[in-house]
Design a protein around this ligand. Sequence first.
Ligand code: SD4
Length: 340
Amino acid sequence: MQNRRKFIKLSALGIPLLSSLDSFSKVVTPTLGNLPIVISTWDFGIAANQAAWKVLAKGGRALDAVEQGVHVPEADPKNQSVGYGGLPDRDGHVTLDACIMDELGNCGSVAGLEHIKHPISVARLVMEKTPHVMLVGDGALQFAVENGFKKENLLTKESEKAWKEWLKTAKYAPVMNIENKLYDKVAPRKLPGNQYNHDTIGMLALDANGNLSGACTTSGMAYKLHGRVGDSPIIGAGLYVDNEVGGATSTGVGEEVIRNVGSFLVVELMRQGYTPEAACKEAVMRIIKKKPDIAKNIQVGFLALNKKGEYGAYAIQKGFSYAVCTKQQNDLLIDGKSYY
Ligand code: SD4
């Protein structure tokens, strides 16, 4: 409440709340020792966390919580970067990437999956019903249909319209943080016309039994080349969970995350004693150090949760938001500051 008042007061004075931050976004989070907890990327993480919380509050398993949680943005046609309603690739195909990982180190993944609204559940089935980790494209679709998933058109009128508009110039230039609608209220930006976004939901949960799981799902970078796979379905890049240590997930330009095996790196740094925030920061710094010119113009953010329920995040650019839900707290943090 106090933060909300502060926000209103500062906005009334026309002072951007985030103006004092360094050029790279530092995300500070408090330490929590309480379970259960669920955290997830971007503004839409709030609604997703609520669905996950229903499972966690009943003493349910973190794996079920993250699957239920990410179903929310997957089913939301207004969310143009996850599941149904996702922006298509360059050729007009909505192709989905997702992965899931449980407390036993089991994992499942699908990439380039078309026509299935809940790729995360197909990923879970790959994990539970096959000896494999990853299925792609037509094979993933065949597997989904054989297992009772309904084949449907995922390209909404709005996304088709946006794609046709994009085709007029067909310029591939992702806009940073466009996924963060609330950031624009805090620090308004003028965005170019015909903008398109890249949002992924990465979710990590620690259940009442102290077990960790994670899920990550996306339609990937809008207007990507047909066949392009991002970091989100790649275990170790877009998501990694080690029940001894913690979990991490990523969002942003997937190519840079894959190049640095980002989420695995974050978890391994936490194993060495880094806090979640420090581990995310180190992973971000590696990306910046290796490719400073590219890093200037892209967003990559990591989010991490350790075995104690401590969490943290770090992103290349300001404006990275994530949602946190515990018994005491249901909040959105933008650059580490409580929005509500
Ligand atoms: C990808 N990492 O496909 C995803 C996109 C994303 O915020 O997370 N955007 O590269």
